[in-house]
Design a protein around this ligand. Structure first.
Ligand SMILES: *Cc1c(COP(=O)(O)O)cnc(C)c1O
Length: 466
């Protein structure tokens, strides 16, 4: 696969630095940005993109960086996938917008057909399309409340569901997502998550589900509860993979109590975890599934897909939006899904897991600052802790990401405690580039924790292009 993907890429698939980072052009852009862009918008890497392809992002100074973030799990098929780019250009040349609520078009219907076919369960399904993950989550809650006639919603510790008012309320973490942005939407109840690394040792998925369910029953009451919303693998909260059986037990209880079970697969969806959707790993069939990020090769598109009787319960005109299911975004989604099938990116996500996990485990065995290595497919993480303890080390985490960037690797952090390095490479990244990226992260950890003495990075010089 490596050679095939590498050969078909437009840009050389290599890490090469021609300036220190950020380079002069990125620095100049940062100055213009400070005078024009709101300070509240952060950027994890201070380098400005000029081009991107396969596993690399080339910045405005000509540095070729390894992309281990995919723009937060979006560009699984690559950030300039030729099939996606062609579909976008072709649709844009015909029409960019009519508004599906005014003059509908086939692309929207085709995307809904694809989503019905790809999502778990063989029940009748309907879909509605939006622009962002948060908008999909908001609408899933609207649908669940209307269909059940109930108002309460359960979300979990460490959850991330977006930044709009309702989704801020569903999101667990205060800084930076919620702090001083309230008041928040009512009738949201937070329950304990299954977090194997931090739960008491040996707590099973079924026991963790029982812990949450007994609180739901005592604090809310099943007959007041419209929906349970959960990320099958939590994203921003720390790539937390719940103990086996946790999701299934929650889904089963929801079913028995007329509660809508919503899987928020905005980050985990579309081949990322080595399945079309992460709840498949647990044999769970959600009533509603929220989708965005990986759906359309970088174009803004989101969806709620689920049981026909839930979506069709909503009165005509009750769902929609001016841009939702934009025709260019739909064309990109269809091409993107086509690429996932054609390039077997589900298989590729599993290969990435098989390649990367042993490297991360080997590193973890070498040091006592890696508390946990976890994830599925191309959604992998290491949780950094104080030596030998479970106490989170966000400072080290930040330093590792900064050191990796300085050596040409874009890597994202996450976690309630800010102590998780997360890997979300484009699924089309080649083996060599991925391994080079991992070796940089390993060197960063070794150097910062002085496993190889204070020099660091000496065994692996930064490749520089001429
Ligand atoms: C990113 C994310 C969202 C929000 O999506 P936006 O497109 O940023 O609004 C919601 N849920 C999960 C699980 C996410 O990872």
């Amino acid at each position: 696969m490596t050679d095939t993907t590498t050969r078909t890429h437009r840009l050389p698939q290599r890490r090469s630095l021609v300036t220190t980072l950020p380079g002069p052009r990125s620095t100049a852009l940062a100055q213009r940005r400070a005078a024009s862009v709101a300070a509240g918008v952060g950027s994890s890497a201070p380098v400005y993109a000029a081009d991107a392809d396969g596993g690399v992002i080339v910045d405005v100074d000509g540095n070729s960086l390894i992309d281990l973030g995919s723009g937060i799990a979006v560009t699984g098929v690559g950030a300039s996938n030729p099939a996606v780019a062609a579909a976008i250009a072709e649709q844009a040349a015909r029409f960019t917008h009519t508004c599906f609520m005014v003059t509908p078009y086939e692309g929207y219907v085709q995307v809904a057909e694809e989503l019905a076919a790809l999502t778990p369960g063989d029940h009748a399904k309907r879909s509605v399309l939006f622009n962002s993950g948060a908008e999909a989550v908001e609408n899933a809650i609207k649908i669940a409340r209307l269909a059940t006639g109930r108002t309460a919603v359960v979300a979990f510790d460490h959850a991330y569901h977006g930044r709009t008012n309702l989704t801020m309320a569903l999101t667990a973490k205060n800084m930076p997502y919620k702090s001083n942005f309230g008041p928040f939407a009512p009738e949201i109840y937070r329950m304990p998550m299954s977090y194997p690394f931090r739960d008491e040792a040996g707590l099973t998925g079924a026991e963790a589900a029982r812990r949450a369910i007994s609180r739901i029953e005592t604090q809310i009451g099943a007959d007041a509860l419209a929906a349970i919303i959960i990320e099958p693998i939590q994203g921003e909260g720390g790539f937390i993979v719940p103990a086996p059986g946790f999701l299934a037990a929650l889904a089963e209880w929801a079913k028995a109590n007329g509660v809508v079970f919503i899987a928020d697969e905005v980050q985990t969806g579309f081949a990322r975890t080595g399945a079309w959707f992460a709840c498949e790993h647990e044999g769970v069939v959600p009533d509603l599934i929220t989708l965005a990020k990986g759906i359309a090769g970088g174009m803004p598109l989101a969806a709620v897909t689920g049981r026909a009787e839930l979506l069709d319960a909503v009165h005509p005109g009750g769902l929609g939006g001016t841009y939702g299911g934009n025709p260019v975004a739909c064309a990109a989604a269809l091409a993107s899904i086509g690429q996932m099938k054609e390039l077997d990116l589900i298989g590729r996500a599993r290969e990435i897991e098989n390649l990367a996990l042993p490297v991360l485990r080997e590193l973890a065995a070498e040091t006592d600052v890696i508390g946990d290595v976890r994830g599925r497919g191309a959604m992998l993480a290491i949780e950094l802790v104080r030596p030998g303890a479970a106490e989170p080390d966000p400072a080290l985490t930040k330093a590792v990401a900064a050191a990796a960037l300085a050596h040409g690797v874009i890597v994202l952090t996450c976690g309630t405690f800010g102590n998780v390095i997360r890997l979300l490479p484009p699924l089309v990244i080649g083996d060599d580039l991925l391994l080079d990226g991992l070796s940089v992260i390993a060197d960063a950890i070794r150097t910062l924790t002085r496993i190889n003495g204070p020099a660091g990075f000496t065994d692996r010089p930064i490749p520089r292009s001429a």
